[in-house]
Design a protein around this ligand. Sequence first.
Ligand code: PMP
Ligand code: GLU
Length: 400
Amino acid sequence: MQQNLLSQRVQNMAESATIKMAQMARNLTAQGHHVISLSLGEPDFDTPKHIKEAAKQALDEGYTKYTPVPGLMELREAICEKFKRDNNLEFKPNQIVVSNGAKQSLANLGLALLDEGDEAIILAPYWVSYSAIVKLAGGKTVLVKSGIENDYKVTAEQVAAAITERTKMVLFSSPCNPTGSVYSEAELKAIADVIAPHENIMIISDEIYEYINFVGGHVSIGTFENVKDRTVTVNGFSKGFAMTGWRLGYMGAPAWLASACAKIQGQITSGANAFGQKAAAFALMADMKPTQAMKETFLERRDMMIDLLREIPGFKVNKPTGAFYIFPDISDYFGTSDGTTTINNASDFCEYILTTAFVGVVTGSAFGADNCFRISYASSEEDLREAVRRIKEAVSQLKK
Ligand code: PMP
Ligand code: GLU
């Protein structure tokens, strides 16, 4: 009965698949199973000590009050400096909005830009919350899809073909969650060139995995002259600095859009937490060695995981060049059964893996890729080896 009180908005919303799978893994753990959860994209490392110390100091200094909605000036200045230093992007503090995670930055943007029926082109596979945010804002998702055969990257021609009169934004991440693919400078330039003539289209470039890039030379699409005034660069502290629980993300945007996002945020959550912002400003200007060390470890794990996963019959495994995910195509298993459970799609596959191997992974259908599943390798080598061993054993029971 109470259900009827819920808005259509929330009734039409899918629960975040990453968060749902992580919760299912926790539930099975609580029942006494030894579950290895590779479902949530979260570094297993602790936040570097010097950043934690900076937060403690900020608390002692009295950073316990509200901050300006778009963030402490000190942090916004540090972000401008970071954008210049790392990305060759020019922003002024009035173009920066700090939020409760990059997730809120993206939600602010969806709400600020989309009217009912406006179209958002999302390059797929894509991060699960993009489409939910577009829908929440009343927009319509238009997926431009790619598969393993083109390294999970869409072409500029595909983007051009998806543009209509109603297109308001093009949204993507590079390095990409869930595939780990990194768009090259030439690929980004080609995409910028097809969007450039359409003056009503904004590009939302989610660069939260910037520092976890194994090919080096991160390129921001906002550096191209023909789209620089229409690109929003989103980033955050969760991945590169192992600060997921701090809830700190940010955007660099044209001033008119940054103030619209601050207006929305001012009515919903206000500024992000004060002492965290102080520590974040410090993190951006401090020694980046811990970030570099985490990346090196992710790279070692990526290589190990590719080797292990490629040994499993029927797994088509890409070679990600960033982030900490692998996205195998397992469509060869569709139509197989262990005698009790039949695998008809990637969701069935993930459920089977969770309940028989006690390994949590996420179905590709949550990311716009029905043939695949996502493994996060942000876990210890020991857990990763054991997880793949169990997956291999579980799928060996599946027969046509
Ligand atoms: N974008 C992408 C591509 C992500 O994987 C994540 C993961 N959490 C986010 C945005 C949001 O990050 P957060 O809200 O923790 O800053
Ligand atoms: N971005 C991470 C993931 O894709 C964290 C979970 C989430 O925020 O959805 O798993």
